[in-house]
Design a protein around this ligand. Structure first.
Ligand code: SAM
Ligand code: MG
Length: 236
């Protein structure tokens, strides 16, 4: 039963796009049989019949990246062959395993690092942690990133936590990103543009001398919309 007396309201931003449940569940069809009779082929519904985003998974772990986004990251992995992928926002950890597996399948060494202020929802089994490291820390504190300075390049830095993004971007440009490395802001650009268009435009313009938008990937999926930034000039 729903508890209508609760006082401990959580920040719903924590659950942005998450389905509020870190565990992957196979799709359940409530409104139709799974085996549709072929003598009624023309009447078969053409919608999925279940929530698509909650269904996205990688090897049984929930993954909050849709297929278009996975395809774009696949292409980026092929093109860049990153030695390091850092992702802010772990949640169930499916995307960390996905990046690790892609690198392994493509045959290059890549360390994958996940940072989240709450790792209690991470579902990666101990046996699946090869080349993956986790750190419980808050992105609002820039000291969280100090240990990242000496990682191998090329490097892809993904913000999927959406806290303190532009200060982290400033820190990354000043201390981390080499020419050709990526900083990717997932999911948020359309919302920020809707509610704070002037500030967003101003914030992005502050990096004009150091970063550019990579138009191969910047419109490849709605989750990556205009948030795929590449270090364009040599580090000062
Ligand atoms: N990257 C995952 C994927 O693609 O499957 C999903 C990450 S989920 C969208 C966002 C995560 O960001 C949540 O697990 C939440 O705990 C984390 N988060 C939110 N605010 C944070 C903060 N200030 N510092 C660190 N992590 C934060
Ligand atoms: Mg995301």
């Amino acid at each position: 039963m729903t508890d209508t007396t609760r006082q401990d309201f959580l920040d719903l931003n924590l659950f942005r796009g998450l389905g509020e449940d870190p565990v992957y569940h196979p799709p359940v069809l409530a409104d139709r049989p799974r085996d549709w009779p072929l003598d009624r082929w023309a009447e078969a519904p053409r919608d999925l019949g279940f929530s698509d985003f909650a269904r996205y998974q990688w090897r049984g772990l929930r993954m909050l990246k849709d297929p278009d986004t996975q395809a774009a990251y696949h292409d980026l992995m092929v093109e860049l062959r990153p030695r390091t992928v850092i992702e802010l926002g772990v949640y169930s950890g499916g995307s960390l395993v996905w990046f690790r597996d892609m690198a392994e399948l493509m045959g290059f060494d890549c360390q994958v690092l996940g940072i989240d202020r709450d790792l209690s929802r991470c579902q990666i089994p101990e046996s699946e942690m090869k080349n993956i490291s986790l750190r419980e820390a808050d992105c609002s504190d820039l000291a969280t990133f100090e240990h990242l300075r000496d990682l191998p390049h090329p490097l892809v830095f993904i913000d999927d936590a959406h806290a303190n993004t532009f200060n982290i971007l400033r820190w990354s440009v000043d201390h981390l990103l080499h020419e050709g490395d990526y900083f990717i802001i997932e999911d948020m650009i359309p919302y920020w543009y809707r509610y704070s268009p002037k500030l967003l435009t101003e914030y992005l313009a502050a990096f004009a001398g150091e970063l550019s938008m990579d138009m191969v990937y910047a419109n490849a999926s709605s989750q990556l919309e205009r948030g795929v930034l590449r270090r364009s000039a040599p580090k000062a």
